[in-house]
Ligand binder design. Structure first.
Ligand code: PLP
Length: 461
């Protein structure tokens, strides 16, 4: 099989940029196609199957790496990170223990130490790569519960004297709802704190709720501050939350799954002030660090609590060594992929300065998008320094508008709703390939869509 990764990736990049962004296909069409070709009864030439799968991926996917994909934080990916994922698959190292993959474990440790320092966390911070942000958030809740309730690990929730409570806003990521369910604290343990007009957590409401819950016999455990909310890119007031958590002996978790990458940018990092006070941080490499899924990261300043939460001992795993920790004893996963190589390789190739340039370029494209849609008569409804713009105009039916946008292959954007309001359009710059020309073209074509055919997109009142 002949497969030159570098030239293939380059050809694909230009092919995707000039092709369709959004597919039109039904589940039945794909099922029929697969059913007619793949009954697995006999062998097929690998080249043929690869070519066939690729044409399915080209035809029947939303093209995440298209410069006009303004999507849900999924990025375009660097060549180095593609090479890394291929290398990992070829060697298939086992990262559960240090002994089985010393080089891989140390490469991950080295990479995580770099970001630990950027966040301003102590060098003793325990960090690990995860499948994504949801697993990192899960890790945070498990460690926080373990630290708050020493009896949680052995006796479970039934041994606790009071029901735990976690504080977040309606804008926090919904993974916390599943996590509350999975950890057994229950979805009602999540206490929804009010937000201000910029969708940031309201500190007075937080204080009021914590006090009230304490009076009612609950056990407040954790506050989740989000640095770059999924829908609007809002950044909760991290320094205030840090102070409050310290005063109230609460665990301060910062979910910076997307926004965390801004910490390396001199222009943007000020918006994350206070993150250095966090007990734990979620930051995804597979979002703004532009590497393929899945690559999340979990950072926790309380190494001892992490060790307590995930301790494991078996006769069948290779014994521990003084040289390094065994990740299966300090994290959720057991067997795991060499997730960190894609970030390591991309950082090594580009260097921090080119990474900063990539991130700041996207922030500038976000600013341009914001200014351009406003100039074109749209109303921007969110407020963030990050490249995420939510907008609407009077009478717009977002779903109809987006269907037209997709049909004409103008761009991929999504629909989002704040509170009880009507849905608005959400566009996030997630590709380092997005240029000013892309933005100008999209805004121009969006205007053509709404102005002459106004009636199609307006709600009749
Ligand atoms: C703020 C935030 N936290 C957590 C997550 C979950 O991350 P993942 O999809 O990598 O599990 C997301 C996903 O978009 C997110 O936006």
């Amino acid at each position: 099989m002949r497969f030159d990764l570098r030239s293939h990736a380059a050809a694909l990049e230009s092919d995707i940029a000039s092709g369709a962004i959004v597919p039109t296909v039904t589940p039945q069409e794909i099922r029929d196609y697969l059913g007619s070709r793949y009954d697995f009864t006999g062998p097929m030439p690998l080249d043929d199957v690869v070519a066939d799968v690729e044409q399915m991926m080209r035809k029947w996917h939303v093209q995440i790496t298209h410069p006009r994909y303004f999507g849900l934080f999924n990025p375009s990916v660097t060549l180095a990170s593609i090479v890394a994922d291929t290398l990992v698959a070829m060697y298939n190292p086992q990262l559960a223990t240090w002994r089985t993959s010393p080089a891989a474990n140390e490469i991950e440790r080295h990479t995580l130490a770099w970001l630990t320092a950027k966040f301003g966390l102590p060098a003793t911070t325990m960090a690990n790569f995860t499948s994504g942000g949801a697993e990192a958030n899960l890790s945070a809740v498990i460690v926080a519960l373990t630290r708050a309730f020493p009896e949680y690990g052995e006796g479970g929730l039934r041994s606790l004297s009071a029901a735990p409570a976690i504080y977040l806003t309606r804008e926090a990521h919904d993974s916390f709802s599943k996590i509350a369910h999975m950890t057994g604290i229950g979805r009602r343990a999540l206490r929804t704190v009010a937000t201000d007009r910029d969708l940031k957590m309201d500190l007075d409401d937080l204080a009021r709720r914590v006090a009230e819950d304490r009076r009612n016999g609950l056990a407040p455990v954790m506050v989740v501050g989000t640095a770059g909310t999924t829908a609007a890119g809002a950044i909760d007031p991290l320094p205030d939350l840090a102070r409050f958590c310290r005063a109230q002996s609460l665990w301060f978790h910062v979910d910076a799954a997307w926004g965390g990458a801004a910490i390396i940018s001199p222009r943007l990092r000020g918006h994350l002030a206070g993150i250095d006070q966090a007990d734990s941080i979620t930051c995804d490499a597979h979002k703004w660090f532009s590497v393929p899924m899945g690559a999340g990261m979990f950072f926790c300043r309380h190494a001892d609590a992490v060790g307590d939460a995930f301790r494991a001992r078996t006769a069948y795993m290779p014994g521990t060594t003084d040289a390094g920790v065994d990740p299966y004893t300090t994290s959720v996963q057991w067997s795991r992929r060499f997730i960190g190589l894609k970030l390591f390789l991309a950082l090594a190739q580009h260097g921090e300065s080119r990474y900063v340039a990539m991130i700041e370029h996207q922030a500038r494209m976000g600013d341009l998008l914001r200014e351009s849609v406003e100039r074109a008569g749209w109303r921007v409804v969110n407020n963030t320094p990050l490249p995420l713009v939510c907008f609407t105009r009077d009478g717009l039916v977002a779903s109809t508008f987006l269907a037209d946008l997709y049909e004409r292959q103008i761009a991929w954007m999504s629909e989002v709703r704040f509170g009880d309001g009507v849905p608005v359009v959400r566009a996030c710059v997630t590709s380092f390939r997005t240029t000013a020309r892309d933005i100008e073209q999209v805004v121009r074509e969006m205007s053509v869509l709404v102005v002459p055919r106004k009636r199609d997109h307006e709600v009749t009142v």
